[in-house]
Design a protein around this ligand. Structure first.
Ligand SMILES: Cc1ncc(COP(=O)(O)O)c(C=O)c1O
Length: 316
């Protein structure tokens, strides 16, 4: 699927634009994490993107402002609505997840809160698997409840319980895979099927798997979320989060982010972009170490057959 996060065309020379780009299917993970979302030629012929610090952007004259507003032109305006470094990172993350569109937030929690606040109204209900990250669940049962949203929590992987908790007010089914911290892998086919049968949207927080090990959108999940603070950033020096899905479904989420804030500084985005360059190499090493651990540890009997299968599958 081609990302709808636009690449910064102004950086592309006509000569370069003539080249036929590889389709996403032809690109490997490392190619996407190094080059995805980036203009082929950059200002000053720099090989890396520059950090654009501006909080606000200029217009040549009043007519340019009128054109911008009336024609809904795609350009920078004010940092809370977008920034050149953010565009590159969002395109890269959308490509890594095989999604159409990504929105980057200042943390994983900001991404979760941003989605829920955009999609849920008073009287709506959501159903969580109960091993999801405790702060995500806490936001819902403690804070969304103040706005009239009801949260149901059911045992992780128990699809009968999830079905029983669904009512005609249910708007979203939420799970992680694997869950944090118990590392339970959820059957995404069943999860998506349940959502579709009940006409309820689905969210998978795939922070611990990363797009290297699983791409929930390929299973038909509506939204995939990552705390980029973990493996995507990869160096313990930043917080960030991202949501990926179709441009259509994420349009209202992006609009609300422009109001609520929760955006990254350009410096933070640069760090995330830099960290992503080594994404595949790091994930290969993480998976290799996990397999060594599984092969050598006596506690490995606690890893179910299905979990080991998913892990091995990711490595071959
Ligand atoms: C699975 C999962 N989702 C979301 C979050 C929240 O991410 P952040 O710490 O970037 O806000 C975490 C944090 O530990 C997490 O483990």
């Amino acid at each position: 699927m081609q990302s709808s996060n636009p690449e910064p065309e102004s950086y592309t020379t006509p000569a370069r634009a003539k080249r036929k780009p590889l389709s996403l299917e032809q690109k490997g993970t490392s190619t996407i994490s190094v080059h995805g979302g980036e203009a082929r030629t950059k200002p000053s012929d720099a090989i890396t993107d520059s950090i654009v610090c501006a909080s606000t952007y200029t217009f040549e004259d009043s007519q340019s402002i009128i054109d911008f507003i009336e024609n809904d032109e795609k350009r920078e305006e004010y940092g809370r609505y977008g920034n050149p470094n953010e565009k590159v990172v969002e395109s890269k993350l959308a490509a890594l997840d095989g999604g159409e569109h990504s929105i980057v937030y200042s943390s994983g929690m900001a991404a979760i809160v941003g989605l829920f606040m955009a999609k849920l109204n008073a009287g709506d209900e959501i159903v969580f698997f109960d091993q999801c990250y405790h702060r995500s669940r806490e936001f819902c049962y403690k804070h969304l409840s103040r706005y009239g949203v009801v949260t149901h929590q059911v045992p992780t992987g128990d699809f009968d319980a999830m079905q029983a908790a669904i009512t005609d007010r249910t708007r979203l089914l939420v799970s992680e895979s694997p869950t944090n911290p118990q590392l339970t892998c959820v059957d995404l086919e069943q999860f998506v099927a349940l959502g579709k049968e009940n006409e309820v949207e689905t969210l998978i927080d795939a922070t611990l798997a990363t797009p290297y090990n699983i791409k929930p959108l390929d299973f038909g999940v509506d939204y995939v979320l990552h705390s980029a603070t973990k493996y995507l950033g990869g160096h313990n020096d930043l917080l960030a989060g991202c949501l990926t899905g179709s441009e259509e479904k994420l349009a209202d989420v992006r609009k609300l982010r422009g109001i609520m804030g929760g955006v990254n500084s350009p410096h933070n985005l640069y760090l995330l972009q830099r960290g992503l360059k080594t994404f595949e190499l790091r994930m290969q090493r993480h998976n290799y170490h996990l397999l060594l651990l599984m092969a050598n540890s006596r506690s490995v009997h606690k890893v179910s057959h299905k979990q080991s299968y998913l892990l091995f599958q990711a490595l071959v």
